[in-house]
Design a protein around this ligand. Structure first.
Ligand code: HEM
Length: 523
């Protein structure tokens, strides 16, 4: 008889290192039982199994991780990058930084379809020499809302009904959207061809929120990040996606891993748009509003480097399920803006990760810095795994300041003051330049005919399942974006401009003079 030893296999043990002689039968009194409670091997195995699942991400639960590197150009477009940021990962041409990336869908659960109509997450963790930098973005450049306080409501509207878990959520989605016109721009993207990428390799990525760059003199710029795939951009229609997901819910992961494993390493170029750091009263939108894009002719894209993906995880749970990204994870030379989404996101990510993964989530190999090492006085907590203490530091000193050989503060950056001075009263107010419809309408007008047709067909399809008053309000909003768009969608669901003329703007809307004029034209 061949034993496991003969085939070169290792002997199975439990977590205490005890060899397991019988993995088929638990210990019982006689072959028919009863079982005994001191049965350590069985209890360890089954009780660990009982704890295998951690909470899935509250959003972006379905996702896929890969590894690679970023290579800097040392420039922003044709100009030396040090003029704009002192971040060292960008500083020199050819400088390489290791990274991890996780692509995801937003609304579905951990095992849901990868070709759902949904934005895609595009989260990159750079393991730089100054610690980690996470750029946590999406594939569509803008977002549905502009204030973080609306995020839980928005996500609830995207998730199944809380009573019967009904997954046909169109009525919930459009109920919320019809009361949140800032989402119209994002809706023209999600319901157009870009709403279902053909693969993760063939989609763009965007930082979406406005960040800042800081140079050595402490001068700041507002910036937006764009990832452009060298593979080109390809999308699925709803019909393509239905065929794919009929037999395969994980087509995007398979496509990505097959490409990487056959040496066809996908690449994205990273471009940055820049603005001077102030509120730009000359623009018809607020530069801190994440429902808006910045005109590329006015604010050109400057290339700063290229990302190449070369590796796949050795284990899904430890490297994809437990990887943790956050918008607060920045390095020197990069900073936040006052974008009202960004501050909410920055709290939310590490908060959920302390719950989802545990208080020591940053000690896990995939999350801990690789270009430098953590040196903290944070100790203990569930699952503490290492002590963040560099070689030679006094192990007895877990506080600072100390004269006994503990950790000391770093050398202060030459400029600790940066950015414009800000004053204001505490308040709860919308931003002044909401301008919710203009860019949505422009996007429709700039689309090719087949893209317009796809958008209209998908909106008609989604809205067909909605209550009449929600349909009417949506047609009203779409007419506000662009007459042709509202007219065509209305026609598809049997609602004319006449049917919606009686509607007034929502009490939550602040209309620009141009928008007020459009309302009057509708009426
Ligand atoms: C994941 C919150 C807006 C992109 C998450 C998670 C939370 C969250 C709690 C789960 C994180 C985890 O369990 O590890 C929020 C809040 C937002 C917001 C409160 C608004 C205030 C956005 C926006 C984008 C975005 C605007 C895109 C620009 C992502 C991505 C992930 C994610 C890519 C998945 C990260 C991963 O792959 O692990 N978000 N989010 N989120 N969010 Fe957001």
């Amino acid at each position: 008889m061949t034993t496991t030893e003969d085939r070169g296999q290792h002997v199975l043990t439990n977590r205490q290192g005890h060899p397991v002689y019988d993995n088929q039968n638990q210990r019982t009194v006689g072959s028919r039982g009863p079982a005994t409670l001191e049965n350590y091997q069985f209890l360890e195995k089954i009780s660990h199994f009982d704890r295998e699942r951690i909470p899935e991400r509250v959003v972006h639960a379905r996702g896929t991780t890969a590894f690679g590197h970023f290579e800097a150009t040392g420039q922003w477009g044709d100009e030396p990058i040090e003029r704009f940021t002192r971040a060292r990962l960008f500083a020199e041409a050819g400088k390489k930084t290791d990274l991890a990336i996780r692509f995801s869908t937003v609304a579905g659960g951990r095992d849901s379809s990868e070709v759902a109509r949904d934005p895609r997450g595009f989260a990159v963790k750079f393991y730089t020499e100054d610690g980690n930098w996470d750029l946590v973005g999406n594939n569509l450049a803008v977002f549905f809302i502009r204030d973080a306080i609306k995020f839980p409501d928005f996500i609830h509207s995207q998730k199944p009904d809380p009573v019967d878990f009904e997954r046909q959520v169109a009525n919930r989605v459009f109920d919320f959207i019809s009361q949140s016109p800032e989402a119209l721009h994002m809706i023209t993207l999600v319901f157009g061809p870009r709403g279902i990428p053909a693969s993760y390799r063939t989609m763009q990525g965007f930082g979406v929120n406005t960040y800042k760059w800081v140079n050595a003199a402490g001068e700041t710029k507002l910036v937006k990040y764009h990832w452009l795939p060298q593979q080109g951009v390809k999308s699925y229609t709803a019909a393509d996606a239905a065929v794919v997901q009929g037999s395969d819910l994980g087509s995007h992961t398979r496509d990505l891993y097959d490409a990487i494993n056959r040496g066809d390493h996908p690449k994205w170029d990273l471009y940055v748009q820049m603005m001077d750091d102030h509120d730009h009263p000359e623009l018809d939108f607020d530069p801190l509003d994440d429902t808006k894009v910045w005109d590329e002719t006015q604010f050109p894209l400057g290339k700063v480097g290229t990302m190449t993906l070369t590796g796949t995880p050795t284990d899904f749970f430890t490297e994809s399920e437990q990887i943790a990204f956050g918008t607060g994870v920045l390095v020197d030379g990069l900073d936040f803006s006052d974008d009202k989404m960004l501050v909410g996101r920055t709290f939310s990510y590490s908060d959920t990760q302390r719950y989802r993964v545990g208080p020591n989530y940053l000690q896990l190999p995939v999350n801990s810095p690789k270009g430098t090492r953590a040196a903290t006085n944070q100790r203990d907590g569930a699952m503490a795994y290492v002590v963040d203490r560099p070689e030679g530091a006094n192990p007895h000193v877990n506080y600072e300041p100390s004269t006994l050989g503990g950790l000391r503060e770093g050398d202060y950056p030459t400029h600790d003051e940066q950015g414009p001075e800000i004053t204001g009263r505490l308040t709860r107010k919308r931003i002044a330049r909401t301008n919710d419809y203009l860019q949505a309408g422009q996007r429709y007008l700039l689309s090719e005919q087949w893209e317009k047709d796809d958008l209209v067909a998908n909106l008609v399809d989604g809205l067909s399942a909605c209550d009449r008053h929600i349909q009417e309000r949506m047609v009203w909003h779409l007419l506000m974006c662009e007459d042709e768009l509202g007219g065509r969608v209305g026609e598809g669901i049997g609602i004319s401009a006449d049917d919606v003329r009686h509607l007034d703007p929502l009490p939550t809307q602040t209309l620009s003079p141009e928008e007020t004029q459009r309302v009057e034209n509708l009426g």
